[in-house]
Ligand binder design. Structure first.
Ligand SMILES: [Zn+2]
Length: 72
């Protein structure tokens, strides 16, 4: 299955990887609640499974500058 990582903040696609269902389990998705899954996982015919996470620059920005926690 094709999985595309997309930044939750800037919306930029980060990388597309081809993984099988077993590996999806390894991503830790199975530890999320159903509501959390719906929030970070979408499906799109073109890009496959869309996984929302922070890209390195947004991650850095968020943790260096600190604000934005109220949005979570
Ligand atoms: Zn970003």
């Amino acid at each position: 299955m094709k999985v595309t990582y997309i930044c939750d903040l800037c919306g930029q696609p980060q990388e597309t990887v081809e993984i099988d269902n077993v590996e999806i389990e390894k991503l830790g998705i199975n530890t999320l609640t159903p509501a959390e899954k719906e929030d970070i996982i979408k499906y799109n015919d073109e890009q496959g499974l869309l996984l929302y996470s922070l890209c390195p620059s947004c991650f850095e920005e968020k943790f260096v500058q600190g604000p934005g926690w109220s949005d979570l």
